[in-house]
Each structure stands twice: as structure tokens, then as C-alpha cells.
Ligand binder design. Structure first.
Ligand code: GZL
Length: 328
């Protein structure tokens, strides 16, 4: 019996040795995906949150090598960045196009180099939409319409539905999707309400300084007493406009209704403080969305051409309840 056990143990040891010595299949090293990202700039708090969302998603740990370029709101810088990405033969090019037109040539160069282009945030107008793979972002026309809907119900609630309402539209960067869509929504609202008058419309380029300076000039030309509502096509312009409104001796949120777009954290603070009446959300957290698109493609899947993100409307009534649920 003992002999048998000894032999059995010897056989097990030899088997283990061979099993242990079996050539393990080489574990394929995970491929690092190189992504070139041509960002608009750093013009607003929304943009900073958008950039942060990409930088915290496209990390080495998540399998990426991110080449990030801040184009300082200049299309020629974005085009130069895209050409550099092509030269570096990146796996994907991601662009948040500062304006919608002027991209055909450089997108054709990317197509010829067989590098897929993913659009995030703003859109491009191209004759051949095969020049980009897909787009993910906010529905800017709906945002504009939602702001108008909110104003209609707010005025009705205050018994001002039939009053003459003088409106200022502080536009974003002219030609940017967010400006085109929000402006259209606002202009539709003015056309649909005979007692609404668009007394001034000018671009503040999505910056706080731009909002402050343009609003200051409009207050002088139109007269602070002749303005009932300001639509600011992003938060930073709203905050700048509020400084000018205060300097003109008016109370923002009371004397002049303020409706803004983006709804970043600071605008929640200002809604709670009563300076902003309504903030229409435009969600900037596109990093994980683009990551999911790329991972789907890498796994051989397909993605929709146009993907809108869901967005809400916040105002002085729900801001306090929602501020702590906000991620940016
Ligand atoms: C909207 C984005 C706009 C924001 C601004 O998706 O393109 O650009 O509304 C930002 O704050 O500057």
C-alpha cells in the first residue's frame, strides 16, 4: 500500500510539473488607443467641465493616450491640431468644432488617412456626412425652445402674459451650433408672442467679459428701464451681464428676468440667491460618452450618427433642491 502511495505521489508530482511547465498562451498586451482631441478653448465654466470630463476619462489606466489641444476658440488652431493628429497617425480624432462651417478640406484629409473623426458638443455642416463618424451633444434648438416655454409660463404666473415684454438676446459665438440653435429657439418665441419685442441681440462670444461689455452697451443704448428679460446663451455671459445690470442700478432676477443656458454650479448658486430666474441645462460630461463610442467601435460594434444627451430645465423654484445632485 505504502509503495502504491509513493508511486501515486510521484506520478502526481510529474503531472504537476508538466502542467506547470505547459507553455501558457502569450497574453496579448492591451492595445493603447491614441486619441487626438481638438477642444474649442477655455472660454467658459461649461468648457472647463467638458475638458475635465475628457481628461479624467481618456487616461492611461483606461487604455488611452490622449493628445489634447486647446484651440483658444480659433478654428485655424483646431484645423492645425487635426493635421498634426493625422501626421501622428492617431487612432481617433475627436473635435468640438468652434463653428459649424469650414471643415470639408481637413476632414477629407482625415478620411484619406483612414482616421475616424468623432464630433462632440458642437456640430459641423458638411456636404458629405461620411466625413465624420458620429456626433454626441446637447439639443440646442430644444434648449432655446425650453427657455421660451419657461418664460411664457413664468410671465403667465406673474400676471404679465399680455404685457409688452422687451427682450435682450446675448448670443454665443456666432456660427457655433449652441448659438445657432438657442438663437433660433428664442427668435421663434418672439415671433409666437405678439407682445414680446426683441430690443437687442448681440454676441458676447460665450465669455463673462463679453457678456458684461455687451450688456453694458445695451443698457446704455436701450435704457435699463426698457429691458424686461435677458436671455444669455451661456452662464458666463449671464454672470457678466448681471454685473452690468447691477451697475445700472437694477436688480437682476427682479427688475430684469435672467434666463441662461448651461446650468453649471455657479448658476445654481445665483438662482438660489435670486439673481438668475431660469437655467436651461446643457450637459458637458461628454468624456464617458465618447469613451463608450470608441470602446463600442473597438469591439466591432456600430453607433448612431447623431446622439442627443438628455437635459433638464432648472429655476428659482427647484435650484435649492437640486444643487447637491449636480456633477459640474
Ligand atoms: C454648448 C457649448 C457652449 C456652452 C458654452 O454645448 O458648445 O460652448 O453653452 C461654451 O458655455 O462656451
Amino acid at each position: 500500500m505504502k509503495k502504491f502511495i509513493v508511486v501515486a505521489i510521484a506520478i502526481m508530482m510529474v503531472a504537476t510539473l508538466f502542467a506547470g511547465g505547459k507553455k501558457e498562451p502569450a497574453v496579448e498586451a492591451k492595445k493603447t488607443i491614441t486619441v487626438g482631441y481638438a477642444q474649442v478653448g477655455a472660454e467658459s465654466d461649461w468648457r472647463l467641465a467638458n475638458t475635465e470630463s475628457f481628461k479624467t476619462t481618456f487616461t492611461e489606466a483606461n487604455g488611452y493616450d490622449l493628445i489634447f489641444v486647446d484651440a483658444q476658440q480659433k478654428q485655424e488652431n483646431q484645423i492645425k491640431a487635426i493635421r498634426n493628429f493625422i501626421q501622428q497617425d492617431v487612432d481617433y480624432i475627436v473635435v468640438a468644432p468652434v463653428v459649424e462651417t469650414g471643415w470639408e478640406t481637413v476632414l477629407t484629409e482625415a478620411k484619406n488617412a483612414k482616421i475616424p473623426v468623432i464630433l462632440s458638443d458642437r456640430q459641423m455642416q458638411v456636404s458629405d456626412d461620411s466625413l465624420y463618424l458620429c456626433w454626441v451633444g446637447g439639443n440646442f434648438l430644444k434648449e432655446g425652445r425650453d427657455g421660451v416655454k419657461w418664460l411664457e409660463s413664468y410671465l403667465a404666473e406673474k400676471g404679465r402674459a399680455d404685457e409688452q415684454i422687451n427682450i435682450v438676446d446675448l448670443q454665443g459665438t456666432i456660427g457655433a451650433s449652441a448659438q445657432i440653435g438657442r438663437t433660433q429657439g428664442i427668435e421663434e418665441g418672439v415671433a409666437a408672442n405678439a407682445n414680446w419685442n426683441l430690443v437687442a441681440q448681440q454676441s458676447g462670444d460665450f465669455t463673462q467679459d463679453g457678456g458684461q461689455k455687451v450688456m453694458e452697451a445695451i443698457l446704455k443704448s436701450v435704457g435699463a428701464d426698457n429691458i424686461d428679460v435677458v436671455f444669455a446663451e451661456n452662464d458666463n455671459m449671464a454672470w457678466g451681464a448681471i454685473d452690468s445690470i447691477k451697475a445700472a442700478g437694477k436688480v437682476p432676477g427682479k427688475d430684469i428676468i435672467i434666463i441662461t443656458f448651461d446650468a453649471v454650479h455657479e448658476s445654481f448658486n445665483r438662482m438660489i440667491a435670486g439673481e438668475i430666474n431660469c437655467a436651461v441645462e446643457c450637459n458637458p460630461l461628454h468624456g464617458p460618452r465618447v469613451d463608450e463610442i470608441i470602446k463600442t467601435l473597438e469591439a466591432g460594434g456600430t453607433v448612431d450618427k447623431i446622439m442627443y444627451v438628455t437635459e433638464e430645465v432648472f429655476d428659482e423654484k427647484n435650484a435649492a433642491a437640486r444643487i447637491n445632485t449636480r456633477a459640474y
